[in-house]
Design a protein around this ligand. Structure first.
Ligand SMILES: *[C@@H]1O[C@H](CO)[C@@H](O)[C@H](O)[C@H]1NC(C)=O
Length: 453
């Protein structure tokens, strides 16, 4: 398999650079227009921009949908992820005064939530009402990734006291196996949650050390303990949950929360970073599994501004999923996860662009080989691609084009796409769907820059 991929790569080393980019123009245009829409739509989900006078400033709804499904709540995880994404827009030089207002308000909302002592699950409460009160209905609680992700955002803002509240909580609870996973279904120790906590406590240790805060020692000890636990998730592919203790049962070991964790919480060279062999193998396992599952995956092309563009596989949360966006029947592919696949291939390419030492191992060779027929479906001949980076850009673009196909002309994103019809389904204007798109778009931009230099 390895030799085949090397041969494949040699074939790629031919002229055709300009040709490739000119063919990609419609997709690049779509990505830009979708990003502009996404930024507006994300702001429209954050009070005070949300047009809801009862919402507390800085509260971000997961979706403006109030019923079927009711996602009109401020989820700690979703909000923190999206705020980190907004911080990355600013890092990339994006200027918009409304973003500063949104961030300031979010800090205020965070301090408010941290001060609520009535919350049964403390900072691990999954979600709050938009007016800043505790949601007291029954829910899969606690969810302990949220405070960790929020701490990452607060560290970027340099707000140590706010960071301390969240990290002190995480440091107390990370070892408990009763908490819920990001899909709010299963109890145990979860890969995504622990990866978030590990990253936050590691960064927190460094900040504490710089500030001479003795809490550094406790954070370091917790981070070390989590690192040890994380070893146990590697079963050839990375599994989502160990020490299962309740909730949804009967899941196989494939769950795309692993992909999201690699994207959200790792940098190149770490144990479960995007280019690590076990993560590559896990991603390939998802693709193989999801490809035959959804009718819409039989479509190989889409039309983007009048140009025929090949599309990749649409993927969902995990193969046994039955949540259809409103209730239970059959699971569907998700917008944010398919965007994450695009981001994954761009980031993989960037890892190779940034490091001279990385070689194409058998796992990556297998992924490249698996993807090749999708590219061949297009007008894009494989031999028009000049390098591993260009090749991975083209593969990432397959997933980007898949998202474009199901997003529709008015740019509205949903949580899911119906597995048979491909139309948006479940929560409309899901904030995370838009943030996953802009994250993929940013990675794409960096990659195109790296290739052109
Ligand atoms: C906050 O919003 C919830 C949900 O709409 C509502 O039940 C509750 O009464 C509100 N609380 C306050 C103090 O406004």
């Amino acid at each position: 398999m390895f030799c085949i991929a090397i041969a494949l790569l040699l074939v790629l080393v031919v002229d055709g650079h300009q040709h490739y980019f000119s063919r990609r123009d419609p997709l690049a245009r779509w990505v830009g227009e979708q990003s502009r829409f996404a930024r507006e739509r994300i702001l429209a989900n954050i009070a005070p921009f949300a047009g809801d006078s009862t919402a507390m400033a800085g509260a971000m709804c997961a979706s403006p949908s109030h019923s079927r499904p009711d996602y009109y709540y401020a989820w700690t995880r979703d909000s923190a992820l999206v705020m980190n994404e907004i911080l990355s827009w600013l890092d990339d030089g994006h200027v918009d005064g409304r973003l500063d207002i949104a961030l300031d308000s979010y800090v205020g909302f965070t301090r408010h939530v941290q001060s609520l002592d009535s919350a049964v699950y403390g900072l691990g409460e999954a979600k709050f009402h938009m007016n800043g009160t505790v949601f007291t209905g029954s829910w899969c609680n606690a969810q302990t990734d949220g405070p960790a992700i929020r701490a990452l955002a607060m560290m970027r803002l340099g707000l140590w006291k706010t960071v301390r509240s969240d990290l002190d909580y995480v440091e107390r609870v990370w070892w408990r196996n009763g908490g819920c996973d990001i899909w709010e279904e299963s109890r145990g120790l979860h890969f995504y949650t622990l990866m978030a906590q590990h990253r936050a406590l590691r960064e927190g240790t460094q900040v504490a050390q710089r500030r001479g805060d003795p809490v550094a020692e406790r954070y370091l000890e917790a981070a070390t303990g989590i690192a040890k636990l994380l070893e146990r998730f590697n079963h050839g592919v990375v599994v989502p949950t160990i020490e299962w203790s309740g909730g949804l049962d009967g899941k196989s070991d494939l769950d795309t929360q692993v992909l999201l964790a690699a994207l959200h919480f790792t940098e190149v060279g770490e144990k479960y970073s995007v280019e690590s062999p076990v993560i590559i193998s896990t991603v390939l396992a998802f693709l193989r599994r999801f490809e035959p599952m959804y009718d819409i995956n039989r479509v190989a092309f889409t039309d983007i501004y009048g140009v025929r563009v090949p599309v990749g596989v649409a993927v969902g949360r995990y193969p046994e999923d039955v949540y259809n966006g409103v209730g239970s029947s059959r699971g569907n592919p998700w917008s944010l996860i398919t965007s994450a696949l695009a981001e994954y291939h761009y980031r993989l390419a960037l890892a190779y662009a940034d490091s001279e030492e990385l070689v194409v191992g058998p796992e990556l060779a297998a992924l490249l080989q698996w993807s090749a027929p999708y590219l061949n479906n297009g007008d894009e001949a494989l031999d028009s691609l000049v390098s591993l980076q260009s090749y991975l850009l083209a593969v990432g673009d397959l997933y980007m084009a898949r998202v474009a196909r199901h997003t529709g002309r008015d740019h509205t994103m949903y949580e899911q796409w119906n597995r048979r019809t491909g139309f948006g389904q479940g929560a409309i204007h899901l904030t995370w769907s838009y943030a996953a798109h802009t994250a993929a778009a940013r990675a794409r931009e960096k990659l195109v820059e790296a290739i052109n230099n």
